[in-house]
Design a protein around this ligand. Structure first.
Ligand code: CAA
Length: 380
């Protein structure tokens, strides 16, 4: 066992840290206020290879491992979780889904552009009545011979307004339950595909989240991913990797808040000394450090499982469950350490606290992670 990062991993982490400091930090508060994220920044992340981190270079990807992915995600998330969710969805839900389960034609047509950042992807599973209960898909995809006809509504879709390629999960044969579900590639601009208004969110406000409407959307049969009826397993396997991404996002939010709190506590004085010298603050820092370090080990373990070819359904759920809890609890503590300054935007910690909450909700709520973990324990 080796807890040291390799030279290459250190270089990758430092490149992501440098990008986050020089390119993401300026304007992060304004982007959060205005709920926007410029295309140029997405393009720059593509140029650095952040949009197809684990994709094979033959499809335009960076060919890196999952450890590199979580290192990049942590660094981006310390500064701007809106940027990192775009990276996470594009990498672990869209690119991975296509690379692992798509046809060669689909890879050539879509993955090559998604992996370089020329295209952005979205993953459309959630519905108004099917969030945690993902098998209860109401969106239908009726087999019409050479094409499918998709009808329904998808909710809370990350990259919903700005994506070029949408992976859409829909029910083809209701009688077959989860075995009657398929996944499809839908291109932006397809007739009958409408993008609803942007959600006004608590956190990750720079990332765009939309409701999508499908009215008789004609999708060619060659755009179905995998064998008929494999869409639910496709979604579950893809989400297992997604949960490594969100766990590392939560880790980054927590460690970003901790670093700010530590720095502030060494500068701010009260009762004649820097506040870090008061045990009330010092013990908070000790708890934060300890639990963030524990989260980091769980995140790395899940990424390592993926790199080793081990099953990572359980380890990714454990990592997400724990890292998101740490992110929520310790961003609240970071605000507390900052006192009144923590409540104003220029100190960044209030944004990190707002951003932390979504990590306990998307890509499977904490309660869903407990279902995944406990079922896995009982099966073992
Ligand atoms: N790998 C392979 N197969 C799997 C699997 C996995 N990880 N998980 C389940 N399956 C299979 C089961 O084996 C079962 O197959 P059989 O019928 O052949 O036995 C089938 O799928 C159905 O599974 P379950 O009976 O376990 O299904 P369930 O209805 O009990 O639901 C669940 C399971 C884990 C709760 C699932 O519904 C779930 O993960 N829900 C959460 C969904 C989620 O994470 N949504 C996030 C939205 S995406 C998002 O947030 C993206 C974004 O934009 C940021």
């Amino acid at each position: 066992m080796d807890f040291n990062l390799s030279e290459e991993h250190i270089m990758i982490r430092d490149a992501a840290r440098d990008f986050a400091q020089t390119e993401l930090l300026p304007g992060v508060i304004e982007r959060d206020n205005k709920q926007e994220f410029p295309d140029e920044l997405v393009k720059k992340m593509g140029e650095l290879g952040f949009m197809g981190i684990m994709v094979d270079p033959k499809y335009g990807g960076s060919g890196m491992d999952a450890i590199s992915y979580v290192l990049i995600m942590e660094e981006l998330s310390k500064i701007d979780a809106s940027a990192s969710v775009m990276v996470s969805v594009n990498n672990s839900l869209v690119c991975y889904g296509l690379e692992a389960y798509g046809s060669e034609e689909q890879k050539q047509k879509y993955l090559t552009k998604l992996a370089t950042g020329e295209f952005l992807g979205a993953f459309c599973l959630s519905e108004p009545e099917a969030g945690s209960d993902a098998t209860s898909q109401k969106t239908t995809a009726i087999d019409k011979g050479d094409h499918y006809l998709i009808n329904g509504t998808k909710n809370w879709i990350t990259n919903g307004g700005r994506a070029d390629v949408y992976l859409v999960i829909a029910q083809t044969d209701k009688d077959k339950g989860s075995h009657g579900i398929n996944a499809f590639i839908v291109e932006k601009g397809t007739e009958g595909f409408h993008i609803g208004p942007k959600e006004d969110k608590l956190g990750i406000r720079g990332s765009d989240t939309h409701t999508l409407q499908f009215n008789d959307v004609k999708v060619p049969k060659k755009n179905r991913i995998g064998a008929n009826g494999s869409g639910f397993r496709f979604a579950m396997k893809t989400l297992s990797g997604g949960r490594i991404g969100i766990a590392s996002q939560a880790l980054g939010i927590a460690s970003g808040a901790y670093e700010l709190a530590l720095k502030y506590s060494k500068e701010r004085k009260a009762f004649g000394t820097e506040i870090c010298n008061h045990q009330a603050i010092a013990f908070k820092l000790a708890d934060m450090y300890t639990e963030i370090e524990a989260a980091r080990h769980l995140v790395m373990k899940a990424a390592w499982d993926k790199d080793q070819g081990n099953n990572y359904d359980k380890s990714s759920a454990v990592a997400k469950l724990y890292a998101s809890k740490v992110a929520m609890e310790h961003t609240v503590e970071a605000v507390q350490i900052h006192g009144g300054n923590g409540f104003v935007k220029e100190y960044h910690v209030e944004r990190l606290m707002r951003d932390a909450k979504i990590t306990q909700i998307y890509e499977g709520t904490s309660e869903i992670q407990k279902i995944v973990i406990s079922r896995s324990l009982i099966r073992e």
